[in-house]
Write a protein that binds this ligand. Structure first.
Ligand code: IPE
Ligand code: IPE
Ligand code: MG
Length: 228
């Protein structure tokens, strides 16, 4: 059964707090990232069950290269394993994979893996899962503006048409876990009229019930878009 009385079509999540989750347990940061991948699995499944057409997850920002090389390698390794091991799950749940950000600049083996996963899930219809990888909204906007200019005209419409998310429904709800109250260069354009939801829950502890709670609150918000 799908539940979509909340009215949201597209939810994005800044999945933050893996490191603090591990620290609380006196575990290495990579243990937090592994637990974070488990949370991704359950939340993607829940997204379909909750009737969402699209979910965008911030997995690696264009600024995350500032982290120690070991952590960056751990994150890339987990990403590769996630994509490989979950291809069957995507098929079973009718999930179409999409990747946003400057992912073509990643290592050739990651790019090849992504290309394959995109192709294998391209016919799936229920939910689009967009993973933001090497993503920065300012970089996305610069690319979109250049593409618009190359075709002669920069306007809100031509920029929007060249965003990485151009083929997705408008962003309804942006969630950030872990208590930080900032956007960290995520979906700046798309957030113009998205509803924002911040929770102290650390990403590995975020459950389908938490997603449901965010959607319940979203359903009660009054979106005015500047009108009355
Ligand atoms: C989010 O968790 C995952 C990524 C940014 C890749 P963090 O690694 O940022 O966890 P904290 O913020 O240090 O707790
Ligand atoms: C944002 O989290 C990026 C991702 C969740 C992938 P960060 O942990 O990198 O953000 P800051 O550094 O706290 O702003
Ligand atoms: Mg963080």
């Amino acid at each position: 059964m799908t539940v979509s009385g909340h009215g949201a079509r597209h939810v994005a999540i800044i999945m933050d707090g893996n490191g603090r989750w591990a620290k609380k347990r006196m575990l290495p940061r990579v243990a937090g990232h592994k637990a974070g991948v488990e949370a991704v699995r359950t939340i993607v499944r829940a997204a379909g069950e909750l009737g969402l057409e699209a979910m965008t997850l911030y997995a690696f920002s264009s600024e995350n290269w500032k982290r120690p090389e070991e952590e960056v390698n751990d994150l890339m390794g987990l990403m590769k394993r996630f994509i490989l091991s979950d291809l069957d799950e995507f098929a079973a749940n009718d999930v179409k994979l999409k990747v946003i950000g400057n992912w073509r600049a990643l290592a050739p083996d990651v790019v090849a893996l992504i290309d394959n996963a995109l192709e294998r899930t391209s016919g799936n219809k229920r939910t689009t899962l967009a993973v933001a990888l090497n993503y920065g909204a300012q970089d996305e906007l610069v690319r979109a503006a250049n593409a618009a200019a190359a075709n002669g005209k920069i306007s809100a419409e031509t920029i929007e048409a060249n965003l990485d998310t151009a083929d997705m429904p408008p962003l309804d709800l942006l969630i950030r876990t872990s208590g930080e109250v900032r956007l960290s260069n995520f979906l700046l354009w798309q957030s113009a009229y998205a509803e924002l939801y911040f929770t102290d829950t650390l990403w590995p502890d975020f459950t389908p019930a938490d997603l449901k709670a965010a959607l319940d609150q979203f359903a009660r918000r009054d979106r005015r878009y500047g009108g009355l």
